[in-house]
Design a protein around this ligand. Structure first.
Ligand code: XIL
Length: 392
């Protein structure tokens, strides 16, 4: 098992407070300068993205040419109420992930009462349009009803966990490409030496809950790819280094115990003003690949809340982040696909979770609010075009 901490060259964890302070400094510098440099004069932008020859190609086609996947998250209501969006989605995405419809609070709102209606609608939409379907997510500390794991013995808690997984995974067995079995189980800031996040499951079952969850999922659908998914470990920051160390240690120990685990999901909610690079990521991805795991980018978007107001400048910087990140990540042959968290700026969680203070609509995704390709589409195409074709 790899030692903790980490590959950062320092073991000082970043506290939430100084992390936020640092983000604040960066944002202020960008807003103040109006353009293109942050503290220390590190350039934020960037030459415009090169337009690829296949600039009109659907993203899924460019991915398939390299035996990779391109997909996106979305929800039932926007596909159902907006045919133009549904058409754009079907054109670009080769895989669909329900943004919320398969989370515990939707699927099992009351103990033993299951609701697969919204998930089924999305699974049918995917099937009708020749897309793969991906499950997100079985075990997470958010969007989980308050009765889960509370006021129960540990045997009852385990029963709740395994029953939820067994019912849900069995319901979609044969229709699912992959499941995010456990989401965001690492949080070094919680202060444990193994960097596991303090959750209801950790309290009820101890660290073994993760292995239990994967085994329950494999039993219910032996054909699905089972994924461990997490965030915040992409950049060259001390905080990300601690997360990488925690994830590597967790996945190493799961593999050592023969847990049915097949892939790591990199959420990749990236930040337009962050000046840290991605130079430490390749070494980490190689360690993950050496465990025999595949890798997916699972929730890619680029937050533009602190970028300059000008649309063209913003789109250029956002596209540059897509390009730099994917150029690094797709060099790792174990990376088998890229999924964005939404497809069009019209429907993005960041409108709510990271709105701009100037009130302008956020622009974190490949297509604009009218479903037209932005430079981010060219960036993704360029990255797929430059990638080595994956083996069979
Ligand atoms: C987000 C959804 O996009 C929002 O609609 C919802 O209100 C909150 O959750 N990491 C994850 C996703 O794994 O499930 C989250 O999705 C975004 C962060």
């Amino acid at each position: 098992m790899p030692p903790l901490p980490n590959d950062a060259g320092t073991s000082t964890p970043l506290t939430r407070r100084n992390f936020l302070a640092r983000l604040g400094v960066l944002s202020a510098a960008v807003a103040g300068a109006g353009l293109l440099t942050a503290c220390g004069g590190v350039p934020l932008a960037v030459t415009p993205i090169t337009r690829p020859e296949n600039s009109d190609s659907p993203l899924t086609e460019a991915a398939s040419a390299k035996a990779m996947l391109f997909g996106a998250a979305t929800g039932q209501w926007c596909l159902q109420s907006d045919p133009q969006f549904a058409a754009a989605f079907a054109q670009h995405a080769g895989l669909l992930v329900p943004e919320n419809e398969l989370k515990w609070d939707t699927v099992e709102p009351q103990p033993g009462v299951f609701n697969f209606g919204p998930g089924d609608w999305l699974a049918d939409f995917a099937a009708r349009n020749g897309m793969l379907f991906r499950g997100h997510t079985l075990v997470w500390h958010n969007q989980t009803p308050s009765w889960v794991g509370v006021n129960v013995t540990s045997a009852q808690a385990e029963q709740q966990l395994t029953n939820h997984i067994a019912q849900t995974v069995a319901h979609y067995a044969g229709r699912v490409h992959s499941w995010d079995v456990v989401n965001e189980a690492i949080n070094p800031g919680d202060g444990r030496s193994d960097y596991l996040r303090n959750t209801v499951w950790l309290n009820a079952l101890g660290p073994g809950y993760i292995e239990t969850a994967f085994r329950a999922a494999a039993a219910a659908d032996p054909a699905a790819l089972l994924v461990y998914n997490d965030y915040g470990f992409e950049y060259d920051t001390d905080d990300a280094a601690l997360r990488r160390a925690g994830i590597l240690r967790l996945l190493t120990s799961l593999k050592a115990s023969g847990t049915p685990l097949h892939a790591l999901g990199i959420q990749a909610h990236l930040e337009g003003t962050t000046t840290a690079g991605f130079t430490r990521l390749p070494g980490f991805l190689q360690q993950i690949a050496d465990l025999g795991l595949k890798i997916f980018v699972t929730e890619l978007d680029v937050c533009d809340r602190s970028l300059p107001a000008d649309t063209q400048t913003r789109d250029t910087i956002v596209a540059d982040v897509y390009q730099r990140f994917l150029d690094v990540v797709l060099q790792q042959i174990a990376v088998a696909g890229v999924i964005t968290w939404g497809l069009s700026d019209r429907y993005t969680w960041l409108s709510q979770f990271a709105p701009r203070s100037d009130g302008r609509p956020v622009r974190p995704l490949p297509l604009d609010g009218n479903y037209q390709a932005k430079p981010a589409v060219w960036a993704i195409l360029n990255a797929f075009n430059a990638a080595v074709r994956r083996g069979a």
